[in-house]
Design a binder for this molecule. Structure first.
Ligand code: DX5
Ligand code: ZN
Length: 214
């Protein structure tokens, strides 16, 4: 069963509550919230206060995708405002397995589900020692920072390689549409985040359905 999480980055920030309810009605499984700090990535987006508003606007679980340096300093803040899944990048922790383990444990202590994220150039090997500690891995199919970028097909072998050794949730994020969704699902992904394809669609229920049926 494929799960679909609209990426809030592509929603209308002036009508965020309305767009979140629209996504919920349209059959979204969760909301993917992109948190950017202007340091780890060149863009600045959403902080904890906005996540609180998103949480109040819909009943859907929230995945806070932290594209920030020092994620350990912000886990509690994002946990308090209603995040259900909190993910962080191993690149933001100097690829350190030890630092990553600490962040995973911190997320768990906050009562939330931890997930680890890797960028397109980051090899799978860097997170292998962490796979027994998380039940959700996010593989980026664009370099993070902006919505609306093109899907990078060269990441497909990494998805395939992870699925061979990992039975739990694999989420894909970046440039996903109804065509490449089939490719990532075939490769082993079971969770799809998509911003532009969903929120810029004329019919968002149909867009979500077309991803789920990929
Ligand atoms: C990229 C973000 C993605 C992005 C996806 O840095 O992590 O979640 O919003 O947007 P689309 O689907 O437009 O590539
Ligand atoms: Zn994201």
């Amino acid at each position: 069963m494929i799960k679909v999480g609209p990426s809030v980055l592509a929603a209308d920030y002036g009508n965020l509550a309305k767009d979140m309810r629209r996504a919920e009605k349209a059959g979204a499984d969760f909301l993917h919230v992109d948190v950017m700090d202007g340091n780890f990535v060149p863009n600045i987006t959403i902080g904890p206060d906005v996540v609180r508003s998103i949480d109040r606007a819909s009943k859907l679980p929230i995945h806070a995708h932290l594209m920030i340096l020092n994620p350990q300093n912000y886990v509690e803040a994002f946990a308090k405002v209603g995040s259900d899944i909190i993910s962080f990048h191993i690149e933001a922790l100097d690829y350190s397995v030890e630092k990553s383990k600490k962040v995973i444990k911190l997320i768990e202590r906050c009562g939330k589900r931890p997930a680890i994220v890797i960028n397109p150039p980051t090899p799978l090997d860097s997170v292998k020692p962490l796979l027994n500690m998380v039940d959700w891995v996010l593989i980026m199919t664009v370099n993070p920072g902006f919505g609306g970028q093109s899907f990078m097909p060269e990441v497909l072998p990494k998805i395939r390689a992870l699925r061979k050794i990992y039975k739990k949730d694999i989420e894909i994020d970046g440039g996903i549409n109804n065509i490449n969704a089939k490719l990532v699902v075939e490769a082993g992904a079971n969770i799809l985040a998509a911003g532009t394809f969903i929120f810029k669609a004329k019919n968002i229920s149909q867009a979500i359905r077309s991803l789920r049926n990929a």
